[in-house]
Design a protein around this ligand. Sequence first.
Ligand SMILES: [Zn+2]
Length: 533
Amino acid sequence: MPNRKPKVVVIGIDAADPDTVAKLVSKGGLPNFARLMQNGATSKVFPFIPVTAPSWSSIYTGKNPGKHGVYSPLVPKPGGYEVTVVSSKQRDAKDLWEILSDNGLRSIVINAPATYFPRPMNGILIAGHYTPADAVDFIYPPETAEEVNRAIPGYKIYPRPTYNPASRFSELLVGMRRTATLAEHFLDNHDCDFFMVVLRETDEAQHTFIDDQERLTQLYEEVDRIVGRIISKLGSETFLIVVSDHGATPIRERFDVLGKLIESGLLTLEPRSSSRKAKFLRLVARIIVALNLQPILDWPLLSRLVRAVKSRVMGLHISTVRKLTHLICWEKTSVYPYLNVGFRINLVGREPSGVVKPEEYNQACEKLISLLKDWKDQKTGQPYFRMVCRASEIMSGDHIDLAPDIIALPNDGYWPFVWKEAAETLGTRRLTWSGAHALYGLLIISGPFVRKGVRLEDCNVTDIAPTILPLYGLSVPSDMDGRPLINAFEEHAVKMLNISVGPPTGKPGETRHLTPEEEYQVEENLRRLGYLD
Ligand SMILES: [Zn+2]
């Protein structure tokens, strides 16, 4: 039994949706959530970009994407159109547990997205989502791997998925339970000051099953049980923060972003290969999608064959975003979709084949902004985007040069195709997705001197880290963008916390870049799970 219990515990639930939780609680379900909300402060949180990698990065660092440099699971390589995938190397900011380490405090962090390759810290880190599928070195310190294996024999971040819906759903529940078991093991057997665990499967499960009310309810009930299991391990003096990086919502309609740019004369594709072989392979892929034969991809032999078919069609084993790099005719393109989260102007002097001159840049941005704002669902008259702005209006920092020029956040229920034609030709699983991300995430804070049943307004994912640090008597680094959520605490406690601003955080710990083979594994895994076209 450990001598000291963590003072703050964060349970991260990827894509946990505040409205869905509220609805299920109001119907008398989710007893643990209900109790937490009754005894704590609840809010919706704004994520800048409602995408897993940037949003969790802001939760860990208290900084906006312009500072930490993560805008998407894909990360641009400077000076070109090429991209790589997110890793701990790309997050150029100290994580909360690194700041705690600097102050002699020990943390245990389990399954947090984008923490591979583990950066050294005082404590234990088991990396989560975006770890290369075959990695064995995702645990810090390495000697803890043996203990993880004893707790869960053969522990893997991604057990091999099947595509049969019924078994996939139970696999996702099993995955969450394994993470919970690991969390309980470390809470039972180790001292620490800060503890964090993230459930990933809630995101994937809602992309696939959000229209299935029964399964959706089962999913949240399972999460509720896991929250209950973790609460039972905590002391009465522990602060518990439940947080999600964005919400989830059914897809009402998909819209074709690339098509819009082409139609508006802003983007031109290279002519497509029209050889007989290419046509035949495209036909095969189309038939598979049309007849909904994706489950045959589970057959090991066929799976290899179908993947070969896919890769032959486009020539390479890479994501749509990367393919686009090779398929856009850059000399005839002034705007291109960027990292699945916005748009970039093809600027002379910045892009290798830029066509928009610097003096035309502002006008090009304004033109694109009005085009996107005026773009509406013809059936309902509702705009596809709820927010279209220059990234520099909501973000700032050393990495703003790699941001999209224009951020465009879809209205809940609308889901953009980066490239409709590619999605159809290649038969990606996204076509079968029924759920999209909703903008706002969920936040519940409970613990000693937290105001009971209060609702907080205008919270941001960057507020989590600055709210946690003062609970350890630490100052809030001056380069964090968030602010402590003092409205969550009783007045006398706010005085007692004596919150102050301290020096900036400095550079994060040493880590390494992914090898090309690891990048390939991450990308291939994201494609397999449905996250990339
Ligand atoms: Zn997410």
